[in-house]
Design a protein around this ligand. Sequence first.
Ligand SMILES: [Mg+2]
Length: 209
Amino acid sequence: MIRYAIFDNDGTTYRMPEGFVEAVMDSLIRYAAGELMLSYDETSAERSRLVEKYRVRCTEFVFGEEYGMKYEGFVQNAYMKVPLEDFIHPDIRLARTLERMNMPKSILTNNPSEFGKRILELLGIADMFERVIGSREVGFRLKPEKEAFERALKITGYEPLETLFVDDTPENHACAKELGMTTVLMGQGEYPYVDYPIREIYDIERCIK
Ligand SMILES: [Mg+2]
């Protein structure tokens, strides 16, 4: 029986507006460029190299490993500088849907939890989640890695068989399913490890009936 729900944030609780991903990346690169005294393009190329080197697509992690840059610096000076108000607006319909889903919930995001919380506040759904589990909380072992899910389950304290996992990236569902979670793809397509594809996040209630 499903007693807990873990939601992805970007692309799942809200559709990422045009220019959003670019704005976040731009803020990260600009901050790193200033700290490292490199040009924007050099920093961007360096990020690509480091992601390849460490095999982790996490800017705050790879620059931290390579140059000792602090996680908090990235959060405060890059992530929190993204003009989120321009991109994200309250979603009352989602707030009501989540409220009706009568079970505790968390967010599992590959971004810093501070950034995730700010997004939830702007959507008007921050109160609906008991936790935001971000890149640092899972030790930078990000989705789709199995360890991200294992660490998240350890934090929530619920068994995989009791947990619903909702995400818009199909590849993120493989390990979640392997662990025994019920998987919901926010999007279309058939995958062996997806239990329910849904067209809109508001359809989530159908998956727990
Ligand atoms: Mg996503």
